[in-house]
Design a protein around this ligand. Structure first.
Ligand SMILES: Nc1nc2c(c(=O)[nH]1)N[C@@H](CN(C=O)c1ccc(C(=O)N[C@@H](CCC(=O)O)C(=O)O)cc1)CN2
Length: 289
């Protein structure tokens, strides 16, 4: 079997179109555009590219973009003071602090400082708790993007066996919570799991988010399973995922790297910004989002 390739680029483009329509409706109703503030500390080349892409995509969707680039030696106090100003700014509906932050900054403290209603990354503990307990939450962009792709392949997710590889706060944990909310039977495997393959072998859905190039092997995969590769690993010769390319010979559907999950991250960020803006303005959230 050769797996169907899940085209994240096309899916993301369609989502960005729906976001632009919803942003225009918001602007009409609220008398202002939805606004997204992105903060970058330091000069990490990949982060710098992502921040530039976010700014361009925000403007292209008809939203206001506020970009803050701070030097690598910015103190925690200065960064927190900027977050406080953005929290208080009525033109800003969404705040995103690009990760990773320089090592001298306490990432958790900065994330916890963002107003949860403007937390379009969905990383604030209140949003993590809301997601875990099934309340309306702002949900982290990458896992929500994965879920949108999965829903396209499996209109009925309930009852499917899902294995999430990795337990980060940004991808693994929220991904498991989202799949549980869809009534999947969810297992999270991680670096201390005794027999990763035994778990993965049972799965109808595998989400790989470990950050190890080519980690998931073809013999681990149940024939016909859907495989979502969250890995973006820079190696000599380009970008590779967490899934060995030979997995495509066994899986039923698979996301490529690049062009799979990655483009969804920014499209969902725009979506979350319009959702946050609508909720803050007391307007209904466009159901197509
Ligand atoms: N505050 C946050 N920081 C980070 C997040 C996040 O969601 N919030 N995620 C990642 C980086 N990221 C967005 O910030 C991101 C990663 C990858 C892509 C993407 O489109 N990838 C392309 C390949 C692009 C390339 O060539 O490098 C793909 O996979 O096709 C977009 C956004 C860490 N930090």
């Amino acid at each position: 079997m050769t797996a169907r390739l899940i085209d994240g680029k096309a899916f993301a483009a369609a989502l960005r179109d729906r976001v632009a329509t919803a942003a225009a409706a918001f602007t009409q109703a609220a008398g202002r555009q939805p606004g997204l503030a992105v903060v970058l500390v330091g000069e990490d080349p990949a982060s710098s590219v992502y921040v530039r892409s976010k700014g361009k995509a925000t403007l292209a969707a008809g939203m206001a973009s506020f970009e803050h680039r701070l030097p690598a030696d910015t103190t925690q106090e200065t960064l927190v003071a900027l977050v406080d100003r953005l929290n208080a700014d009525p033109a800003v509906d969404g705040i995103l602090v690009q990760l990773p932050l320089p090592r001298h900054i306490d990432e958790r403290a900065v994330i916890a400082r963002v107003d949860p209603d403007k937390d379009v990354d969905g990383f604030h503990p209140l949003n993590a708790g809301r997601l875990a307990t099934g309340l309306d939450a702002l949900v982290p962009c990458t896992p929500l993007g994965c879920l949108m792709l999965l829903r396209d392949v499996h209109p009925h997710l309930a009852g499917l066996e899902a294995v999430v590889i990795g337990r980060s706060n940004i991808v693994g944990k929220p991904m498991a919570a989202l799949l549980l909310q869809e009534s999947c039977t969810v297992t999270t495997v991680h670096s201390r799991t005794r027999d990763v393959m035994a778990h993965v072998r049972m799965a109808d859905i595998v989400v790989a988010a470990v950050g190890i190039p080519g980690f998931v092997q073809p013999e681990w995969i149940k024939p016909g399973a859907t495989v979502i590769d969250v890995g973006i690993n820079r190696v000599e010769g380009g970008l590779v995922g967490d899934v060995d390319p030979r997995v495509a010979e066994v899986a039923g559907a698979i996301t490529p790297v690049p062009g799979g999950v990655g483009p969804m991250t920014i499209a969902v960020l725009l979506r979350n910004t319009v959702v946050a803006a609508s909720r803050r303005a007391g307007l209904a959230v466009d159901p197509s989002l």
